[in-house]
Design a protein around this ligand. Structure first.
Ligand code: MG
Length: 259
């Protein structure tokens, strides 16, 4: 089932996408909900980020170029970071390159949406706590990585976390490819099997540290191939079974003095 949020004529809706139409729902996506009977055509609406995340947690440097490169031993403490919810935008919205930022990268990622409160969950049970999956673009300005290793600021600018276009609840996350096309040219295309810390291990680990809640989003890392971009570039992050998340980079508008 594909859940989406969308807007038309200034109103916001949540619905289930079925082929070319979206059936509106009311209630809690993660709990009790029902169809309202209203139906929209996909082509007449503007998709929003498919949820307003409770919190967003990312994992760093989590893919190898090929399966043979997977390490025998996993890092004892994985690199996790938070992204602010204020950085979230939806499909087709502009990613704004802030003034004074020289280098910005796209990072196409499988994003896990948590559906149930999760604390101390063993790896074998993690999928019971997952609501579904969407696509995230973990946009990054590495010049703001602190020399001591903090990544938060470089990933925190407004518009730096496009999400969408839908949350797919029926997905085999171990059997999909994470792709990115920059101006139509493929730059990333790796199976999730190339993850260093697999999904169940990373989420189990997180639940041993913090309670995860419905609406939390875990960005699972980006394949090899992320590149720097410029204003005007178009980035399409794609996982075929979910869809395509398309955004364009724009330079921040200059502040002009009037008078
Ligand atoms: Mg990333």
């Amino acid at each position: 089932m594909k859940f989406a949020r969308f807007t038309i004529n200034g109103e916001k809706y949540t619905g289930v996408v079925i082929d070319d139409v979206i059936r509106e729902i009311q209630g809690d996506m993660f709990g009790e909900w029902e169809y309202t009977g209203k139906i929209f055509f996909k082509h007449e609406v503007k998709f929003l980020a498919p949820l307003e995340p409770n919190q967003i947690i990312g994992i760093g440097a989590n893919y190898v170029p090929q399966k043979e490169d997977l390490p025998d031993r996993l890092p004892e403490i994985p690199v996790f970071f938070f992204k602010p919810t204020s950085s979230v935008i939806g499909p087709e919205e502009e990613i704004v390159i802030p003034k004074g930022v020289d280098q910005v990268k796209f990072e196409s990622e499988l994003a896990v949406v948590i559906g149930k409160e999760a604390k101390n969950v063993p790896e074998s049970d993690v999928l019971d706590y997952v609501f579904g999956y969407t696509i995230g673009n973990d946009v990054t300005a590495p010049q703001f990585f602190h020399q001591d290793g903090h990544w938060t600021l470089g990933k925190a600018f407004d518009t730096f976390t496009p999400l969408g276009p839908v949350i797919e609840t029926k997905l085999d996350p171990f059997n999909v490819n994470v792709k990115a096309r920059l101006n139509g040219v493929e730059k990333q295309n790796s199976p999730t099997a190339f993850m260093i810390i697999p999904i169940c291990k990373m989420i189990s680990y997180l639940t041993n540290i913090m309670t995860l809640k419905p609406g939390d989003v875990v960005l699972t890392g980006s394949p090899i191939g992320a590149e720097f971009v410029r204003a005007g570039d178009t980035i399409e992050c794609e996982i075929e079974e979910i869809g395509t998340l398309r955004n364009t980079f724009a330079a921040a508008k200059e502040c002009t003095k009037i008078g």
